[in-house]
Write a protein that binds this ligand. Structure first.
Ligand code: GLY
Length: 404
């Protein structure tokens, strides 16, 4: 009895000393892994913001160990600024907020780009988050101009937004293009242009009809005839074969239909998202840690690289999906498993390492010998978004995350 009393007095005094001296008292709520990951992410983001230059954002790591930087026209250019905004939301760190603003405003000229569909990634991830978080109107003009340029790529006959202006296709639409719809749904409301949201919804319906196979896996590229609106080709660009299930493509699809349901309330989109989720979650090639191989149809599963970026997008989408349906717990649990895997030493960088990227082990375009088993700025962006969604759902106290 005396021993027990002495022990609890000792524990109480350690806790007191800990809190009085500002030392962190470990919380016993099962979320320590989350706090450790969030702190690492916030540390990396602060260091990256000190290291890199606005307008030349870190994209990935080259095989020779140097950092590949993304100039303004690069499709990934908005992710770093967007990551800084999520880092700020996760921590309340004012330094990250001002870095986020600095890196966002450097992207100003993207609003005039007309020859790609990637304007959603490039502008909305940066300026969209900036406006959502701060409400500051300085972010609105680039968003307004960029949305007009994205909408201008919508073809009524095809019922879709044109993805690329390069390549051998007449009118290519890639599965990734679903990710740009969120921008148009939002811009339609913000700028009183209902035609933007209408075009986004039509694009989602056309894609649902033509990009998906019977098992709800998706093709990467569909090319259309602009006179008849008919499908000309079904191909891949970054997957293993035309008929394979490229991992990130499946992730974009899942995210795209979950978000399209949220933005339109159209039930066929949520049903479609659940079918895609089932394809991913039940796939026999999914490894035990739930970080997919770069393509679900690779032949040698043991020797093929994983794609942490696909995992991060899947986790973020599943967390969103878990809040949109009645039996969302299975999606939440799967996303949680992914986030815990990505938070392990295998995937999460050690503070100060990995050129200040947060995650390791993603794949850009394997068959082009480009960005194989490397950090990628969009893996970090969707990981941070997933962490933020996870914290919101679990109501995790984020007060201890801020280092400044
Ligand atoms: N949007 C290009 C990619 O996912 O790699």
């Amino acid at each position: 009895m005396l021993m027990k009393k002495l022990l609890s007095a000792f524990v109480a005094s350690v806790a007191l000393i800990g809190s009085a001296s500002g030392m962190e008292v470990p919380k016993k709520d099962g979320n320590d892994w989350f706090r450790k990951t969030a702190k690492t992410a916030v540390y990396q983001l602060n260091k990256a913001a000190e290291t890199y230059t606005p307008g030349m954002n870190p994209r990935s790591v080259n095989p020779d160990g140097t950092v590949r930087l993304a100039p303004l026209r690069d499709w990934t250019t908005g992710f770093f600024a967007g990551s800084l905004w999520y880092g700020y939301e996760l921590s309340g760190d004012k330094k990250l907020q001002s870095e986020a603003k600095r890196f966002t405003l450097a992207l100003d000229s993207i609003q005039y780009i007309k020859d790609t569909h990637d304007l959603g990634f490039m502008l909305y991830c940066a300026y969209g988050n900036a406006f959502r978080i701060t409400g500051d109107k300085i972010y609105l003009k680039p968003l307004e101009n960029g949305a007009a340029n994205l909408y201008a790529r919508f073809n009524k006959k095809v019922g879709a937004i044109r993805s690329w202006d390069f390549g051998h296709w007449q009118f290519p639409v890639i599965i990734d293009n679903l990710m740009n719809l969120e921008y148009l749904y939002w811009a339609g409301k913000e700028f009183n242009k209902p035609q933007y949201a209408e075009a986004a919804k039509t694009h989602a319906i056309t894609t649902m009809k033509n990009h998906f196979r019977k098992d709800y896996s998706s093709y990467h590229v569909i090319s259309y005839d602009t006179l008849s609106g008919k499908v000309l080709q079904r191909e891949t660009h970054q997957g293993l074969t035309n008929e394979s299930a490229w991992a990130r493509g499946q992730a974009w699809g899942l995210y795209g239909y979950t978000m399209s349901y949220k933005d339109t309330g159209d039930k066929k989109f949520i049903a479609h998202a659940e079918h895609i989720a089932a394809f991913i979650m039940n796939h026999p090639a999914m490894p035990a840690d739930k970080i997919p191989l770069w393509d679900f149809d690779v032949h040698n599963r043991d020797r093929s690289p994983r794609d942490a970026s696909a995992a991060a997008v899947i986790a973020s989408a599943l967390l969103d999906l878990s809040t949109q349906v009645k039996d969302g717990q299975k999606y939440f649990k799967y996303a949680e498993d992914i986030l815990k895997s990505l938070s392990s030493d295998e995937y999460l960088a050690k503070p100060g390492e990995n050129h200040f990227f947060i995650l390791k082990h993603s794949v850009g375009a394997l068959l082009y010998n480009s960005e194989i088993d490397t950090p990628l700025n969009y893996a970090d962006y969707y990981f941070l978004e997933a962490l933020k969604r996870y914290a919101e759902i679990k109501k995790i106290d984020l007060k201890t995350i801020n280092p400044n």
